[in-house]
Design a protein around this ligand. Structure first.
Ligand code: MN
Ligand code: MG
Length: 652
């Protein structure tokens, strides 16, 4: 039997085999090989360019992914290209359009222009599509040369999802002609349905409250998939802008792709939102997931990375079945646009598509001008030369922006009203990075480029709920960066070089002193070493000693909140808010919102006085210009340090 033979070889295939032997050649008469391509989480990345560091990169860009797409189209008889959402926000080109150029009626959004150039069959909405408001979104979508669907966002809800007035069509039925293995053409109705995490109602409350409502993803799927079948869908593809997460269905879950795969009638699932790759070993231990075969509960699935890093590919072998079609074989893979070599260098695996680059060259050029131009002003120098020895403006601006953002996010939640503190650490503070490895933004204009300097890592914002006692221990853990200092002795080395600066969290919203005469309560790695030690003294909230039992919200990042650095109160079990936004985006929004920023350090922490005692530390030589102006500490030059560093003395 030719059919069963081809089916067996199809199911036994590996990703590498597909690349060598396109399945079109295996499809028999009455069999159709359909290739479903996915991009996801593009976040406005069209050019292979990092606008923050202002240089080309090989790891991102739809222009590159478009070359992979072109390869598939050249070899496949039947293919569809789908986008899984989060295309409208997430890099300076998106901010340039939203904050500078604007979207008037009839304007084209450059990511839509680029997507039109590539040619999509359908897309769905990601959570970030709502970041600039509904009017901006609808004007952007108006230019799309492809349908955009979303089943679980409604302008008004009825008794059941099918009675909702959805913001966009919940699904689309694409009438296509597919060519089978014998060259015969067959009409087919392909249903495309899309979903977004219902958490958008919280994340973009200011834009969405009172205007739209969100439904649970699986609830919407269970309602609309049967309707699509009733209307003649031969196969149904779910565009799930939702991660591969828990197997158990919980109401309103953010990462619902595993329970979604259980919904009867869905033949393939495009996933995303997590910025990860599927199939991959990342998902080896997930219940219901086969990370080798690329299936979720047996349904083929894919996740194509983020920023155009990969093209997701699901191969379906369809067979005529009475009046309809059924899936008789499938394979999934995620094809990368670049590879990382052992020496951490990156090699591009494809070249850019010139038509895609050309379609948004003007907006790319305008974005370059935008990132290089002032978007705000600072009336204090933003440098990190003294970030490890005194309250510091480069850390202060991060905390100010984090508190501004988390205050908005806590509104309307059960945590509204709890005091909000912020934890932030200096990322660029010399060390192994060398004597020039410091944040240094002068008084005056602040450009978007500078924000990457203020916030080095692409972390996302988190909030944790902790007690006053945990706040103190969090700071004790931070204070482990200092050596124990003997009172009355001169010129002792202050900093423990084994302690990385990114684990020196400064906490804003409280005031405190650090008593260097005490041993560190925690080791460099975070183990409890001296339970009785109290380096953190005079810890005050609202001018009174902190109540160890009082609850606080602490704004921080995903690294710390998830247990990075092993901080008390931040081991993954205290997270109350997982923001969709990067800390860097939050700083950009804050600066744009404020126009002028004055991130003067408020001097909310200092070393306790130890009369007759002095310590030495090294920082960048450019620090000399600022040494007199550091609040709360008396700093004087003490000659040259090793390796180009300058040495300074503090009289405690
Ligand atoms: Mn995303
Ligand atoms: Mg401060």
């Amino acid at each position: 039997m030719p059919i069963s033979l081809s089916r067996r070889s199809f199911l036994a295939s590996s990703a590498g085999f597909i690349a060598l032997h396109p399945f079109s050649v295996q499809a028999a008469a009455g069999q159709v090989h359909l290739r479903l391509m996915e991009t996801t989480d593009l976040h406005v990345h069209v050019f292979p360019y990092d606008y923050y560091s202002d240089r080309p990169v090989d790891t991102v860009g739809l222009a590159r992914t478009a070359s992979l797409i072109g390869d598939i189209r050249a070899e496949a008889t039947n293919s569809l290209l789908l986008d899984n959402g989060d295309f409208l926000q997430g890099n300076p080109m998106g901010d340039y359009i939203a904050y500078e150029r604007g979207m008037k009626e009839g304007d084209m959004h450059p990511v839509i222009t680029a997507m039109n150039t590539v040619g999509y069959d359908a897309s769905t909405l990601g959570n970030h599509e709502f970041n600039y408001g509904l009017s901006f979104l609808m004007k952007s979508l108006a230019g799309a040369g492809f349908p955009v669907v979303c089943a679980n966002i409604a302008k008004s809800t009825g008794a059941t999802p099918r009675e909702d007035e959805t913001l966009l069509p919940p699904y689309v039925l694409l009438d296509r002609e597919l060519t089978d293995g014998a060259g015969n053409r067959h009409p087919i109705k392909i249903g495309i349905i899309g979903f977004v995490p219902p958490q958008v109602m919280n994340w973009d409350r200011k834009h969405l409250e009172g205007n739209v409502q969100a439904r649970d993803i699986v609830e919407a799927a269970r309602a609309y998939v049967p309707e699509m079948k009733e209307k003649g869908a031969d196969i149904i593809i779910a565009l799930s802008h939702s991660g591969i997460g828990a197997a158990d269905l919980t109401d309103g879950m953010e990462n619902a792709s595993v329970p979604l795969a259980m919904v009867e009638g869905i033949d393939a699932i495009m996933t995303g939102h997590s910025h990860l790759v599927f199939p991959s070993s990342t998902y080896a231990d997930f219940a219901g997931v086969d990370a080798d075969k690329g299936t979720i509960h047996g349904t083929p699935a894919v996740m194509g990375g983020y920023w155009g890093s990969h093209m997701g590919l699901i191969d379906l072998m369809l067979e005529r079945d009475g009046n309809g079609w059924r899936v008789v074989g499938h394979a999934s893979e995620a094809r990368p646009i670049s590879k990382r070599n052992e020496d951490r260098s990156v090699t591009a695996l494809v070249e850019s598509s010139q038509p895609v680059l050309e379609s948004v060259q003007a907006e790319h050029d305008a974005t370059l001008a935008y990132v290089r131009r002032a978007v705000g002003k600072t009336d204090a120098p933003l440098h990190s030369y003294f970030a490890l020895v005194a309250d510091d403006p480069s850390v202060q601006i991060v905390s100010i922006a984090q508190i501004w953002y988390i205050s908005q996010m806590m509104k309307g939640t059960e945590y509204e009203g709890l005091p909000i503190l912020s934890a932030a650490a200096p990322f660029k503070a010399g060390g192994r990075g060398g004597p020039d490895y410091y944040t240094d933004v002068s008084v005056g204009d602040v450009a978007i480029k500078n924000v990457a300097d203020l916030y080095l890592y692409p972390n996302t914002v988190r909030a944790v709920k902790v007690t006053g006692a945990q706040v103190k221990d969090w700071l004790e853990r931070s204070a482990g960066i200092f050596n124990q200092i003997e009172p009355g002795k001169a010129d002792q080395p202050l900093l423990n070089p084994a302690f990385p600066s990114y684990n020196f969290d400064v906490m804003d919203g409280v005031t405190y002193e650090i008593d260097l005469s005490q041993p560190s309560k925690f080791s460099t790695k975070g183990e409890l070493e001296h339970p009785e030690a109290n380096r953190i003294v005079n810890l005050m909230f609202n001018g009174a000693p902190i109540d160890p039992d009082q609850e606080f919200i602490v704004a921080t990042n995903n690294y710390r909140a998830g247990g990075g650095g092993d901080f008390p109160g931040a081991k993954g079990d205290t997270v109350v808010f997982e923001g969709p936004d990067t800390n860097r985006d939050v700083i950009v929004r804050y600066i744009v919102d404020q126009g002028t920023i004055s991130p003067k350090a408020d001097g909310n922490w200092r070393f306790s006085a130890l009369p007759g005692t002095s310590v030495l530390f090294e920082t960048g030589p450019k620090a000399a210009a600022y040494a007199d102006a550091v609040p709360g500490v008396s700093i004087s030059p003490a000659g040259d340090g090793p390796d180009g560093f300058a040495r300074f003395r503090i009289e405690l």
